[in-house]
Design a protein around this ligand. Structure first.
Ligand code: TMP
Ligand code: ASP
Length: 237
């Protein structure tokens, strides 16, 4: 397989075509973005750490029966993925209150949510990813009712697989964001990434933040914390 032209450059990843029309290359860059691109910095090694972290997590999910876009690691910072037609919404599961939920509802950070909550957001930086509901998604034909049901069910399944995985490493999976796409067979597949850039992880005892909130809040040791998370779940980088 031969890497081809750049197809799309996002805030932290670049997508390349390949000589196989059903495969793409996903490059994880060191760029780190927060607040919808308002704060961007280059963090040494982050591309490599996130590429390997994502591959490891997606393998765990595949082993648990979740279909993912990832095919194989191609280099330190690149993975080969299946080409998907991405659904332009983000699916967020929360086990504990944090981030925009606290701002929106005026609740204290750290309150346990039992059962966990599920939210949809529209992927649109200019509008700051507004929350949308199922009728917006069907009304604008972003996804069908059946696809909505599948995105929800798979998101909760991912939570059921990953919460215990992080718990074994002494961490709370506070919340996370997933994106889905449709493959050539019209199957709904988990796409994009699962890394500490797109989830919140706290030490279970001290509740120390080990995810991208370290970057958002200027707490320092961002990549060092991602590497610590990886080590705690059995991935040495
Ligand atoms: P939020 O608290 O800002 O709504 O974010 C919830 C989770 O989703 C958090 O782990 C960060 C992740 N997320 C992204 O990765 N990208 C995004 O654009 C948004 C809105 C959230
Ligand atoms: N992922 C978004 C951004 O890059 C939002 C965030 O993580 O704060 O700006």
């Amino acid at each position: 397989m031969q890497k081809g032209k750049e197809l799309y450059r996002g805030k932290a990843k670049t997508v390349f075509l390949t000589d196989n029309p059903s495969l793409l290359v996903l490059e994880f860059r060191n760029d780190t973005s927060a607040f919808d691109g308002e704060k961007i910095e280059q963090l040494d090694r982050k591309g490599e750490v996130n590429n390997k972290f994502n591959h490891f997590i997606m393998q765990q999910l595949e082993a648990a029966g979740v279909k993912t876009q990832v095919q194989s690691l191609m280099s330190d910072t690149e993975s080969v993925v299946k080409k998907l037609d991405m659904i332009p919404v983000e699916c967020v599961i929360r086990n504990f209150a944090a981030g925009s939920l606290c701002r929106r509802l005026g609740v204290e950070e750290g309150i346990a949510l039992s059962p966990p909550t599920f939210e949809f957001f529209l992927k649109n930086d200019a509008l700051h990813d507004p929350m949308v509901n199922e009728s917006h998604i069907t009304g604008f034909n972003w996804a069908t009712e059946a696809q909505i049901a599948q995105m929800k069910a798979i998101s909760f399944e991912v939570n059921n697989v990953l919460s215990p995985l992080f718990a074994k490493g002494g961490m709370l999976l506070v919340d996370f964001k997933l994106e889905f796409g449709i493959d050539a067979n019209n199957d709904l597949i988990l796409g994009d990434e699962f890394t500490p850039d797109g989830c919140r992880l706290w030490d279970s005892e001290t509740r120390k933040k080990l995810d991208k909130d370290r970057f958002r809040q200027g707490l320092g040791s961002v990549v060092e914390s991602y590497i610590e998370v990886a080590q705690r779940i059995g991935l040495s980088l």
